[in-house]
Design a binder for this molecule. Structure first.
Ligand code: PLP
Length: 295
């Protein structure tokens, strides 16, 4: 990934009503060292983030991402972000993404430096990897036990399972395990046999004429891409549903996709070593929609 742009911002109070926050944005060299060695984001993964897809210079679904940033902050007892300040930082970063092609903007809010006075916040922009092949050919997934039951998030909210925290080492380990097993990606399942999400994507199944995704009941992230696709499907008069999905539904579904902000819709082409049908036409229509400007 080629880093093109980075800026640091001093997180404003959520009720700071300034109209223009740009004066407080400090652009930094994206390839130079920038963080203090005492940063709790690097020492403990103690912080939250968002990855926003950018298509032809347009940052997609910014409001939904900012809403989720605020939700993650609340779960992690971080100060409530000033969403207008972050929105303006996204606008500045989007101007540094390719005018023609795809980019990715990351928003990071860390608890800050150990014993420091305030959280640290920064925004980066980079060129997105080329996902054309994966959107067409799809991904082979393996199911991996996430190690908790479907009711664990409600009983143990301190696990922060519904927050997009910087602690993604487990998610990355799952993808490595999937590759060791000859697949491309993983789908987490609960220890009591329900489908959850992928390490960096939501899951959507087509079952008959319905589009179903596991309910974001605190154990998984509510994906902005899935949410946007469901709105689009509803406008088309298609039925969508949030459900508790048993693992058996995965292999029985007519089609299934991983959905995320940068990769967009990647059809699942194999599950635990067994090839499954890919609906190329429907996938292409999903990605056409997901690549169109969305707010
Ligand atoms: N679930 C997890 C664990 C993720 O990391 C992501 C995205 O990074 C998603 C789901 C999909 O979210 P979005 O569509 O907002 O990118």
């Amino acid at each position: 990934m080629t880093w093109r742009f980075a800026l640091v911002l001093e997180p404003a109070a959520s009720d700071d009503a300034r109209e223009d926050f740009a004066a407080g944005f400090r652009e930094i060299d994206p390839s130079a060292p920038a963080l203090s060695v005492g940063e709790l984001s690097t020492q403990r993964g103690d912080g939250i983030f968002e990855s926003i897809g950018v298509v032809n210079g347009h940052a997609q679904e910014v409001a939904a991402h900012l809403e989720r940033l605020a939700h993650s902050a609340a779960l992690c007892d971080l100060p409530t972000p000033n969403l207008e300040q972050w929105r303006q930082a996204v606008t500045v970063a989007a101007a540094h993404c390719p005018a023609d092609g795809e980019g990715v903007i990351k928003l990071i809010l860390s608890r800050g430096v150990e014993h420091g006075p305030a959280p640290t916040a920064w925004v980066t922009a980079a060129q997105a990897p080329d996902n054309t092949v994966v959107r067409e050919r799809g991904v082979r997934i393996v199911t991996l036990d996430r190690g908790y039951g479907i009711d664990t998030p409600a009983r143990a909210p301190w696990l922060l399972l519904g927050a997009k925290t910087l602690s993604y080492a487990v998610n990355m380990a799952a993808i490595r395990e999937a590759k060791r097993r000859g697949a491309d990606d993983a789908v987490f399942v609960s220890s009591d046999g329900f489908v959850l999400e992928a390490p960096t994507a939501s899951l959507v199944l087509r079952i008959g004429g319905r589009f179903v995704t596991p309910a974001p009941n605190g154990g998984i992230l509510h994906g902005t891409t899935q949410l946007s696709l469901f709105e689009h499907l509803a406008v088309q008069g298609r039925e969508t549903a949030y459900e508790t999905v048993p693992v058996s539904a995965l292999a029985e579904a007519d089609a299934a996709w991983l959905l995320s902000s940068v990769r967009l819709a990647a059809p699942i082409s194999a599950i635990d070593g067994v090839a499954v049908a890919v609906d190329r036409e429907l996938t292409a229509s999903f990605n056409e929609y997901l690549l169109s400007p969305r707010t």
